[in-house]
Design a protein around this ligand. Sequence first.
Ligand SMILES: [Zn+2]
Length: 73
Amino acid sequence: MTCTACGASMSPVVTDFPFKISARTIAIIRDVPALQCDACAEYLFEDKVMERIDELLGNVTDAAELEIIRYAA
Ligand SMILES: [Zn+2]
């Protein structure tokens, strides 16, 4: 896998990602497996990871300003 932004190789990482749900709600998903570029700050998710993120974010309401979710439930 190479970086779509700069073409350098990417390494697997596990990290936390914030996602904006609405104007006042942010969800943070912990321990998400991703690919990080060795040369720039670009991240990529594999398709199955993206699907899981969509599923997790679909369950978030905007009742709270900050939701913290574990990727691996
Ligand atoms: Zn890059």
